[in-house]
Design a binder for this molecule. Sequence first.
Ligand code: BES
Ligand code: ZN
Length: 450
Amino acid sequence: MKKRKKHYSIMLSMMLVTSGLYFAPVNLTSQVKAAAQNLADPSTKAFDQKVIARISAERIYKDIHFFSETIGPRVTGTEGEERAAEYIKERLLSYGYKVETQEFSVPDKMIGHLHTSDHNEVLVNIPAGSAATPNEGVTAKLFNAGLGKVTDFTVEATGKIALISRGEITFKEKVDNAVAAGAIGVLIYDNINQPGPLNPSIGGNVPVPVGGISKVSGEALLQDVAAQSKTVTLNVNRIENAKSQNIIATRAPNKGKNHDIVHVSAHIDSVPFAAGANDNASGTAVALELANVLKSYPIDKELRFVFVGAEEIGLVGSEYYVSQLSQEEVGRSIANFNMDMVGTAWENATAIYMNTLDGKANIVTDTALATAQRIGTPSQLVLYQRGSSDHVSFHDAGIPAVNFIRREPGTANLEPYYHTPLDKIEHISLERLKEAGDLVGASVYSLIRK
Ligand code: BES
Ligand code: ZN
């Protein structure tokens, strides 16, 4: 897990937000300045209410239910991700948007299944570099190889799957030692309790299949080793030539050409084994609701919704999206509102963080702060320096971008369910969905309305 603490920028941002003292960036175009001035207009309040009155938390919640419970995990390049993309596309077409499916290739990767001879399924993560197995998998007895040091192996390991605890030496060293001892596969179990299977990185290619499992699963399998007679079956497949897609919905104003563009984005995909209710069915479903609410009001800027694929494998979809924009389109792009993890019910996540790449305010943070003041957003807004989501790709293209994400103020902690099988609909808050929808919806409308 990466370091997520930036105390300095939190403190600075909290001072700025609570004092109401923040500065507009100096190099705004005149159009952007005009848009920002709109915010001070008291009649804007009436426009806010037009949007807010129509945003339905129940509708958002139902979509999260569909993505996270009906579909389930939406891992990059899998059927789950594609099904979610199709659902989004149909919905956007029904709202009257011009919709494009933008397909792109994703790098090859390994997936796996593990089951015991008593037919128990064990969740397993397969690292890049693992060998694949034949279709029927490899079935073998387990060998308890302790920490996987050279001295932990005996001749008994030959032809078995080595069961190794995380710790003391690298994952790669454990695998190399198992291979040298004649093991035909390796399972590495966690040494700390965390939900979801271990994700071991083994650096390069190894000649045997390798999987990572949780501490609980590893300890349960140790019992099987003691029972002697049991076997496990490990299947590892390489997913090749996989495709992912972005779904792009566009609404241009009726008159004129070459309008400024406001991009609203949210990623569709989830990590393996996670239903991804908060990460990121929440952002996806709020964006869909904003597409619904903003589908017919008069606007004088171009509105684009970008539902992004392949975020969890390294922002691949959003990088592809911005790479396909012409220079002229980039030049017209004034803002990106990215929503990722906006619906958690985790009680400590009382703040809405606005993550920017440089930790500085921009048109998006300014607009959101002004909107929050007008509509009385209950949560504290915190300006914070952080990447890790699709706003990075927009920022890198020179487009002012923000990721809206709920965190614990002060620590910037994310919910404990993040990237685990616990990221489920029961940890989603209707009130917080509404808050995010109102904030981003009224902000976007204040920039694009006629
Ligand atoms: N939903 C998270 C967003 C996020 C933002 C996480 C800020 C942590 C901090 C996102 O989907 C995610 O998990 N991002 C990855 C990085 C990405 C480039 C693969 C992460 O932070 O590990
Ligand atoms: Zn995410």
